[in-house]
Design a protein. Structure first.
Length: 368
């Protein structure tokens, strides 16, 4: 597939000028026809000036720094493509990988997101999501269904985002793609890895700090609250409360002691949306611009793989067909949410499938 003009690439960036330049130069070769949107989170290293001076074809959005999800959602609002690539500012992707991802999303309507294999700069396999993420330990020789895909390089379709929404802005950094993937799976979609390989520097715009450690753990508690059974949530909460209690009294570093004390406090109060960084205030249901509801999307009128075709499905299909003949210009819920929604007597009922279990904290330092 060579129709790169149907692709929008969204790159959140913060103080990563040198790596961002490499990423944009790579894209200028790999996908010169694609729409490229750089969302800069108030960098103070000259990133915005560099983009304006050297990459005039790219769209530059300058925003306050409210985190990875906030930047992605602002890019999604501006994007015009049918295919949407979330790309870290320190990741170098090939045209072959882009074409493979677009081909998978075009041919498999139940696929919500697809990602390539991530490599370190030395060519070794990059591990994501911690030691218990099994795709880290097996060779990816073909299209492989996986429970999660990394947000460092994740491609989806416009109609998927219309269905399940953008990124939850209650996450500042880390865990946000876990949440998005869990919502996709619960809506009846699946996720895939392809064998194409791309290079990811990792941590190109972040550095290790106690505040980021706190954000990773706070965000993981919030993630668990959204998707895990209450017993699991309470177990994690008590464990992190105990960890904070102990280390706030034992850690010899003052800044780290303050971080542990804050973890102890928020775990005790169950204040899972209390980030050490400024959040956008948009919460877990960020509103996208109105053009998202009217822009053309990939056709995706397919039944759920999880439900057999029954007589009831046939009747509903016939009713829907009659509605389309009467009012073909009116979009229906099925046109953007075909997998987990049926319309009956004017009421939309969404079918939710599965839950994200066996949660493990994301490794700090992964770039989004």
């Amino acid at each position: 597939m060579t129709e790169m003009r149907r692709l929008s690439i969204i790159i959140p960036s913060y103080n990563a000028r040198a790596l961002l330049r490499r990423t944009l130069r790579t894209l200028a070769v790999a996908a010169p026809e694609a729409e490229v949107i750089v969302v800069d989170g108030a960098s103070h290293d000259g990133s915005s000036a560099m983009v304006r001076a050297e990459f005039s074809s790219a769209t530059l959005l300058e925003q306050k720094n409210h985190g990875f999800g906030h930047a992605i959602n602002r890019g999604l609002e501006a994007a015009r493509g049918e295919y949407l690539l979330l790309l870290n500012s320190d990741l170098f992707v090939s045209r072959a990988a882009l074409e493979s991802m677009m081909a998978r999303l075009a041919s498999e309507q139940l696929c919500a997101g697809v990602a390539p294999v991530l490599l370190n700069e030395d060519g070794t396999r990059q591990h994501v999501f911690g030691a218990f993420y099994w795709p880290n330990w097996v060779p990816i020789r073909g299209v492989t269904r996986v429970p999660l895909v990394s947000g460092a390089c994740l491609m989806t379709r416009r109609n998927v985002v219309e269905h399940i929404g953008g990124i939850d802005e209650n996450f500042f950094l880390y865990n946000e793609e876990w949440d998005w993937c869990a919502r996709a799976v619960r809506s009846g979609y699946h996720l895939e890895l392809i064998p194409d390989e791309v290079v990811h520097v990792g941590g190109g715009s972040t550095s290790q700090s106690p505040e980021l450690r706190l954000e990773a753990q706070r965000g993981f508690l919030y993630l668990a609250q959204k998707h895990a059974p209450e017993l699991v949530v309470q177990g994690l909460r008590r464990a992190m409360h105990f960890q904070g209690f102990c280390y706030s009294r034992m850690d010899p570093r003052p800044r780290h002691r303050a971080m542990w004390a804050q973890l102890e406090s928020l775990a005790r109060r169950e204040a899972y949306t209390e980030s050490p960084f400024p959040l956008s205030g948009r919460g877990d249901t960020p509103t996208l611009k109105s053009h998202w509801r009217t822009a053309p999307s990939v056709d995706a009128e397919m039944p759920s793989e999880r439900e057999p075709i029954t007589a009831r499905h046939a009747v509903l299909s016939a009713i829907d067909g009659a509605k389309r003949e009467i009012a073909p210009s009116v979009p229906t819920v099925e046109s953007v949410a075909p997998i987990a929604a049926v319309q009956e007597d004017g009421v939309v009922r969404r079918v939710r499938h599965g839950r994200l279990l066996h949660l493990r904290p994301k490794v700090a330092g992964a770039g989004g």
